[in-house]
Design a protein around this ligand. Sequence first.
Ligand code: HEC
Ligand code: HEC
Ligand code: HEC
Length: 136
Amino acid sequence: MRKILFLFTLVFAMALLAVMLKSPRAEQVEHHGYLVNAVGRTTDCLACHDGTAAKSVSNCIGVNCLMSDSHPVDKPYPPPGKEEGYAPVDQVTATQIKLDEGNITCISCHDLKNPAPQHPAVNNDGSRLCLTCHLK
Ligand code: HEC
Ligand code: HEC
Ligand code: HEC
């Protein structure tokens, strides 16, 4: 019986380890009383920021994203065919700005590990955050 229990525990521990190794994208951070993945995908953030657990955010995952107060997310960076208006990728990702498989997402503008208000990935004084990507 003891041996079975031991084996069971061992298998469980190994399975847990395998799951943890399979998700290298996890960087847990304290966020308003929750433990949140600071490098989560758009959908991870929107799980709360859809007005259920946290304030809803205007975001734009659709195809036709016109800027009023929402910014396109899950779009390739730089946008194909419009490269000349954008800073090179390695220059952008040399900051705290992160792309998710080449796409702009919530964590491109927000670094939850930055305790500053709104957790900007780059301090946005004088629109610095925006100008890190947008050249014009
Ligand atoms: C488990 C729920 C949860 C998840 C997941 C979550 N948030 Fe939040 N977030 C909150 C709550 C609660 C607040 C407090 C204000 C509110 O209720 O909207 C907040 C506030 C914020 C704020 C406003 C500044 C502040 O901290 O007061 C930003 C920016 C933010 N979250 C970004 C993000 C990003 C980016 C992600 C994904 C990487 C994310 N959040 C994931 C719950 C969550
Ligand atoms: C292009 C950059 C950019 C992207 C992409 C972006 N944000 Fe923001 N976000 C900002 C800036 C700048 C502010 C603070 C100024 C403002 O309120 O407009 C902000 C504010 C917020 C706030 C606080 C809103 C409030 O009313 O207090 C939350 C929450 C938030 N963002 C979550 C998200 C989530 C979740 C995503 C992904 C769906 C996201 N953001 C994508 C730049 C961005
Ligand atoms: C991580 C890089 C990045 C950052 C930071 C960023 N943007 Fe963008 N922005 C993009 C991409 C990519 C698009 C999508 C362009 C497309 O698909 O044509 C976009 C689109 C836009 C658009 C829609 C019109 C257009 O130019 O296509 C506006 C307006 C805009 N951004 C303003 C802002 C503002 C304001 C900020 C700062 C709060 C900001 N951006 C920060 C990458 C960025």
